[in-house]
Ligand binder design. Structure first.
Ligand code: HEM
Length: 400
């Protein structure tokens, strides 16, 4: 099989255009229909798989579609600090996961729930009397960042610092401003190094303690591996969840009957899964091919960067009836919002918990909400909002 040249139509796809920012779901839908194995010249050239079956098949071929070289398109991580466990392949991947997995067991996460509910109510208290707020700045970014502070055993106020790092790295990476990316990583890693030292001196019951005491291949993790794991937990766990929640809040603000239905009927597990599918916040994640490989009749050359378009796969009409409709009773619901295969999201249960807590609390205390100004879209490869101004009937605080 010889490597085919990318065809003209798909070379035109540029995920950084305004059109893609305004309607990424629509653009991805068109590509899924017309060019399900696409090529883009952006970021030095990459391929993208839009069909659910192709994406799932790629995640199973772990020797052909590897994660160690890059896990995003374009790569955001830095070479000397791999984003562990995402930026790793078998057999190391399983060993890295074994160190972190216990922190994401449901039994452990349940312990966070009362605190996360209390914090959500506290955040809402800060603006409920005003009758309007930017729900992203005031709520959806704060809760996930605070949850990560809890996981890392940091003071809750650390959420702002974690958030600022994430925004700087993602924003500057999109602009190709790698100087800012490098500087921000420098700050983040200096903090990570101090935290490593603190946990070595005085172990706690947090993820950083597990990382500094854990082993892979019979050796302790290196400083670079721990730095990368720290960066991944902060970035992967926070803007994603915020975007999923802001997508759902946009739905509530623009479709009051759906919001009312969820308010009166409650968000059961089936409805939550449909929220997770419909409000998917990640367009795609990256792999690199280790050899020429044929997908959907096209040949992707070895050494290519490939985006697995998980969000598109979750709206594939071959697998989902009415894929672009919000159907709260949809079952089964084999969406790819949390990925597929060995790298499937480690934080999915935490994310579900946070999404449910925020949406239930908003439906209880702010409903109905309506848009009160221009929204600000999230940046590729995310789908969501960096600004979501809404208005609602002013309410009363619950805490002093
Ligand atoms: C709605 C929120 C979230 C979404 C949509 C999401 C999505 C994803 C996806 C698609 C992957 C697979 C990436 C790939 O295959 O290349 C992934 C992996 C991962 N996610 Fe999430 N994520 C979310 C929340 C979280 C949270 C809250 C955390 C932790 C605090 C987290 C930590 C991770 C980690 C560590 C991995 C790598 C797993 C591995 O490589 O084995 N995520 N996530």
């Amino acid at each position: 099989m010889s490597a085919s040249e990318p065809i003209g139509l798909t070379d035109d796809w540029d995920p950084m255009t305004p059109e893609n920012y305004v309607d990424p779901v629509g653009v991805n839908g068109t590509l899924r229909r017309d060019c399900p194995v696409a090529h883009s010249s952006q970021f030095g050239g990459f391929w993208a798989l839009f069909k659910r079956a192709d994406i799932v098949a790629a995640t199973k071929q772990t020797d052909t579609f590897v994660s160690s070289p890059a896990i995003t398109v374009p790569p955001f991580s830095v070479a000397d600090a791999p984003w562990i466990p995402l930026q790793s392949d078998p057999p190391q991947h399983r060993q890295y996961r074994r160190i972190i997995n216990p922190f994401f067991f449901a039994s452990r996460l349940e312990g966070f729930e009362p605190e996360l509910r209390r914090l959500t109510n506290d955040f809402i208290d800060e603006f409920i009397e005003q009758g309007e707020a930017d729900l992203v700045a005031e709520l959806t970014l704060r809760l996930p960042a605070t949850a990560i502070s809890l996981l890392l055993g940091l003071p809750l106020e650390s959420w702002k610092m974690l958030h600022d790092w994430t925004v700087a790295i993602i924003g500057a990476g999109n602009r190709g401003d790698f100087e800012t990316v490098g500087r921000t990583y420098g700050e983040m890693f200096a903090f990570a190094d101090q935290l490593m030292e603190a946990r070595r001196q005085k172990p706690g019951e947090d993820v950083m303690t597990a990382l500094v005491t854990g082993e892979v291949e019979g050796r302790p993790l290196t400083q670079a591996e721990i730095r990368g794991a720290f960066a991944l937990l902060i970035i992967a766990g926070h803007e994603t969840t915020s975007n999923a929640i802001s997508n759902a809040l946009y739905l509530f603000a623009t479709d009051h009957s759906t919001a009312e239905r969820l308010r009166t009927g409650g968000i059961d597990d089936t409805a939550l899964e449909e929220i997770v599918r419909y409000c998917n916040p990640v367009q795609g994640m990256g792999r690199t091919t280790t050899r020429d490989v044929e997908v959907g009749g096209r040949c992707i050359p070895g050494g290519s960067l490939v985006a697995l378009m998980f969000g598109s796969g979750s709206r594939d009409a071959d697998e989902f009836a009415q894929p672009d409709e919000f159907v709260p009773e949809r079952s089964p619901n084999p969406h790819l919002t949390f990925g597929s295969g060995q790298h499937r999201c480690l934080g999915e249960q935490l994310a579900r918990m946070e999404i449910r807590i925020v949406l239930e609390t908003v439906l209880e205390r702010l409903h109905p909400i309506e848009l009160a100004g221009d929204t600000k879209p999230a940046l590729w490869p995310s789908i969501g909002y960096h600004g979501l101004p809404v208005r609602f009937a002013p309410g009363t605080r619950r805490s002093e």
